[in-house]
Design a protein around this ligand. Structure first.
Ligand code: SF4
Length: 421
């Protein structure tokens, strides 16, 4: 007969494995102070076997409450028609696991998602109860990311926001047509309604807290979402335009792009053996960063003429090669926005360049010391009017030269958090 410990161990194996397909848990920016009565605290950057913006690798207990599901989304390993081993934690089990792991310093927080038990509210209520117990009974100040269940009531969403640091509603697929095909039980409205509610509630609570200090926190690390890519025929343009709308309309903190890993068993999907589109996923993350931190508009990177990203070179270099009329940039006179657009100069280097210019004119030696990627920069920058650019200035020649430096050196290994520009 199995002991309760071995049963929990078995559930953990099943429900942590099922949760690995959700990538929307790197986070956060949340601050939750310990008032000396509680357990731990959560500060600064994020979570979950993932790299934070400052390069830190942090860990979360990332599990599903259950992998039972009444829905049949074709791309999901937990879909009801999939013949897999099922399990479900009780509320107490998740609370105890979280507290035990946290006390042992295994984790810095909890990422909790779930298949849909009977209906959206029934499931969401359990997720909220776990968060409530952690916060109010155990005074847990670690990070909590809750997945919200589309279709759950506003009252539950509101309560979730009062206990969780981050909430997410997965958009799942880039277009409504694809959602209808692969996830017929879901509809776009049930996904956008909670996103819209969260966006408004986060803004309202923040504004109120600025005026009244005692206003409780409401999802202080904001909301995020995830799109499965490569399972349906959308172009990179379709994906990035959708992401742009999500950022603009719902103040998303992050949109995650999850390259579809074939799980087989459905002819609507790429078959087993099709490699997951990891480079594509990487290029989408780079585009996302260009939009959020480099001042690029989405239609500068993808358009009807260029609906898909170049897999060989990053999207910033690709843009520069298509817009050589914007170059060379004089590093001593160009404004910050234009310096940011130079391939080989990241946000940190651009800021250093602007700061260093206050003390005199910069030359190549100083640029190198600042840490720009000289192999790329030398094709796009001059340090004075008399300066000459390196080599032939045709897009093909520059591209060829940069690629000849060695793909392994140029195309960094996959990590959505890397700043590659
Ligand atoms: S509702 Fe969620 S858990 Fe259920 S099949 Fe769809 S994606 Fe999977």
């Amino acid at each position: 007969m199995k002991t309760s410990e071995s049963r929990i161990h078995e559930k953990l194996g099943i429900l942590a494995d099922a949760a690995k397909y959700d990538v929307s848990c790197a986070s956060s920016g949340s601050k939750r102070k310990n008032d000396n009565k509680g357990l731990g605290d959560s500060t600064g950057m994020g979570i979950c076997h993932s790299y934070t913006e400052d390069g830190r690798c942090v860990s979360l207990l990332k599990i599903l409450l259950t992998n039972y599901c009444i829905f049949d989304c074709a791309y999901c390993v937990s879909r009801k028609s999939n013949d897999i081993k099922r399990a479900a934690f009780t509320i107490e089990e998740v609370v105890e696991l979280t507290i035990n792991f946290y006390r042992r310093n295994y984790i810095e927080g909890l990422f909790l998602s779930s298949g849909i038990f009977k209906n959206a509210d029934f499931t969401m209520e359990r997720l909220v109860t776990i968060a409530r117990k952690l916060r109010t009974e155990h005074h847990f100040n670690g990070y909590i990311h809750l997945k919200t269940i589309p279709g759950a009531s506003e009252a539950l969403m509101k309560e979730a926001g009062l206990y969780a640091d981050r909430l997410s509603v997965n958009i799942e697929l880039p277009t409504e047509a694809s959602l209808k095909t692969l996830a017929p039980d879901k509809n776009y409205e049930e996904i956008f309604t909670p996103m819209s509610y969260l966006s408004e509630a986060i803004t309202e609570y923040k504004a109120e807290k600025a005026l009244i200090k005692s206003t409780p926190l409401f999802a202080p690390a904001g909301q995020s979402t995830q799109m499965v890519i490569g399972a349906t025929p959308e172009s990179d343009k379709d994906i990035m335009f959708q992401a742009n709308t999500l950022y603009q309309q719902f103040s998303m903190k992050r949109v995650y792009y999850s390259g579809y890993i074939p799980i087989g068993g459905d002819e609507r999907l790429p078959g087993i053996g099709t490699p997951p589109p990891l480079i594509r996923e990487h290029r989408l993350y780079q585009t996302d960063w260009l939009m959020r931190f480099y001042g690029f508009k989405v239609n500068e990177i993808v358009s009807d003429e260029h609906p898909n990203l170049d897999v060989d070179v990053d999207p910033k270099l690709s843009w520069a090669l298509r817009n050589l009329q914007e170059f060379p940039v004089d590093i001593n006179t160009a404004d910050y926005a234009m310096i940011l657009r130079v391939p080989g100069i990241g946000v940190g280097s651009a800021q250093k360049i602007i700061a260093a210019r206050k003390f005199g004119k910069l030359d190549w030696h100083q640029l190198k010391k600042i840490g720009v990627a000289m192999n790329r920069v030398k094709h796009f920058v001059v340090c004075s009017k008399q300066d000459v650019l390196f080599g032939d200035l045709t897009p093909g020649a520059i591209r060829h030269h940069i690629l000849s430096l060695g793909k392994s050196k140029y195309t960094a290994s996959y990590s959505p958090q890397l700043s590659l520009f």
